[in-house]
Design a protein around this ligand. Structure first.
Ligand code: BYC
Ligand code: FE
Ligand code: FE
Length: 472
């Protein structure tokens, strides 16, 4: 079904006048937010070659065309209902899923939806100044594609709030546009979403590691007993794949270029001399965004997570692949750190839900870093990138009050202060990255010196396609 309504949708919005009016009331506020907090300098005079979700048909769910971003058609799409779907985990395992919000779970469900929704506009805010330093029109288009889709993900959560949470839901929808990333008085809710993303390397690392938390969290919300939440997050995952591609391939192209420059300069040479990005700097950015995203999975041992699971609100990624869907009696081995010693504790499974999802996440992220290492290997280099220990640089959970090296070895606060610049991005790194991008690359088919061109274009277009057009 292709929709041509004011708000494209497959939820039969026109038959629900009250909801339609509520969303049409929110829409102009959203657009004000987009203009103020969205991509800076690319609102009115640029047409971007973007895909727009127009249906949920797997073979033709999106449409590519040039659009001015404020005219993007942010729509509401849910994957088709699964007939007779039953609850897949927790205390209500096997019962029919919910089409309405049960009164007793109203608050925790609202909180989960608000937390999910809050991250989406946050990322747009974090990335809003990057257009002015883009390495190519291809990359500029990918940034904007990710941005408009994160905007649509906010729409997805606002749809749920307006549909199922009455007045409170409408208030929460307004507040989504009032908090902002890094704001002292009204910050975004989760930590990683208040961190600046002011260089393209940060953007690619964020899309690799933080959007991957989006993937793991959306996979666990896709299991929810609240069927509309499950169906809307399932469709969001379709778009998420491209965000991860943008991140992984962006860093891959930097590594590719670095390895070429290392060979040119002689392996012991300094790639910065020839305008490349050195591997230690890349590793520090990897360490930062990986650890911030590991934090986004919450505490290792969490009663919040246990309650979400027991009540069927939030499951595990790929719940089908687990054996015991009630997880009532089992335990899960969680690495902890007590009195200066690392040991494994068997924790009641429900309390370890965050850690199970984190394990899934770390495995998925590690596979991606291994793919990056193959580029170095093919380039004949012996250097390798690595995924730091989950203990490293944590602000949430059992490792938060102590300091650890990237290998996971405990160190004192003094040692941390003395060595953290080896492991995390430094002011000098940022200054260097900024010095590479003082001039954006807007010429068709041109790519900045520090990044290799992609292996193919978007939607089978060539590399020298005009991905972003400027109006005269
Ligand atoms: N920062 O038991 P705990 C995405 C709070 S990304 C700040 O540890 P819980 C995207 C926690 O709220 C996916 N606060 O944690 C990516 C709790 O506060 P209350 C976003 C944090 O609740 C890129 C307290 O600490 N979706 O989509 O089990 C671009 C102790 O709770 C943090 C979701 O996150 C933190 N990092 O788990 C665009 C899904 N961590 O309740 C988009 C929904 C914890 O005591 N969220 N706290 O006031 C959740 O399921 C859970 O809230 C969390 C935390 C997994 C995040
Ligand atoms: Fe998203
Ligand atoms: Fe995303």
């Amino acid at each position: 079904m292709i929709s041509h309504e004011l708000i494209p949708n497959n939820v039969n919005l026109s038959s629900n006048k009250r909801l339609q009016r509520a969303l049409e009331h929110w829409q102009p506020r959203y657009l004000d937010w987009w203009r103020e907090m969205g991509p800076q300098g690319f609102q009115d005079y640029h047409r971007v070659y973007l895909r727009t979700a127009v249906s949920v048909d797997p073979d033709g769910w999106c449409h590519y065309d040039y659009v001015k971003m404020p005219e993007y058609r942010w729509g509401i799409f849910l994957t088709p209902p699964v007939k007779d779907r039953t609850i897949g985990f927790g205390d209500f395992f096997g019962q029919p899923v919910w089409q309405e919000v049960p009164g007793e779970f109203r608050n925790p469900l609202k909180r989960l939806i608000v937390l999910q929704g809050d991250t989406e506009p946050a990322s747009v805010e974090q990335q809003r100044r990057l257009g002015q330093s883009c390495p190519s029109l291809y990359d500029l288009r990918n940034l904007f594609q990710v941005n408009v889709e994160e905007g649509r993900h906010l729409w997805a959560m606002v749809y749920l709030l307006h549909s199922y949470f009455g007045r409170d839901g409408r208030d929460e929808a307004e507040e989504m546009l009032e908090r902002s990333s890094g704001n002292e008085d009204k910050p975004r809710m989760l930590e990683a979403f208040n961190e600046p993303i002011d260089t393209w390397l940060d953007f690619f690392m964020f899309a690799m590691f933080t959007d991957r938390d989006g993937k793991s969290q959306l996979m666990s919300l896709a299991e929810s007993s609240l069927d509309p939440l499950s169906r809307t997050t399932r469709f969001m995952l379709t778009e998420e794949a491209h965000h991860l591609f943008v991140g992984e391939s962006g860093v891959a192209r930097i590594i590719q270029r670095t390895s070429e420059l290392m060979r040119q300069t002689g392996l012991s040479g300094d790639v910065r001399r020839v305008g490349g990005i050195d591997l230690p700097l890349i590793q520090r950015h990897l360490n930062f965004w990986f650890s911030a995203s590991v934090d986004l999975h919450g505490s290792e041992i969490s009663t919040n997570a246990a309650t979400y699971f027991a009540n069927g609100l939030k499951g595990r990624a790929k719940e089908d692949s687990w054996e015991d869907h009630r997880a009532l009696h089992g335990t899960y081995a969680v690495d902890v750190f007590e009195n200066g010693v690392g040991l494994t504790r068997n924790v009641p499974a429900r309390n370890a839900m965050n850690e199970m999802l984190r394990d899934w996440y770390i495995k998925d992220a590690t596979a991606g870093v291994e793919r990056w290492n193959r580029i170095l290997e093919r380039g004949g280099l012996s250097d390798r990138l690595y995924v730091p220990s989950r203990r490293f640089n944590r602000k949430i959970g059992i490792y938060a009050d102590q300091h650890f090296t990237p290998e996971g070895r405990p160190i004192s606060a003094e040692q941390w202060e003395a060595r953290k610049h080896e492991w995390l991005p430094t002011a000098n790194d940022k200054a260097y990255l900024k010095s590479l991008t003082t001039r954006p690359v807007f010429e068709v088919g041109q790519y900045a010196n520090w990044i290799a061109p992609p292996s193919k274009g978007i939607n089978r277009q060539p590399l020298d396609f005009e991905y972003v057009r400027t109006d005269e």
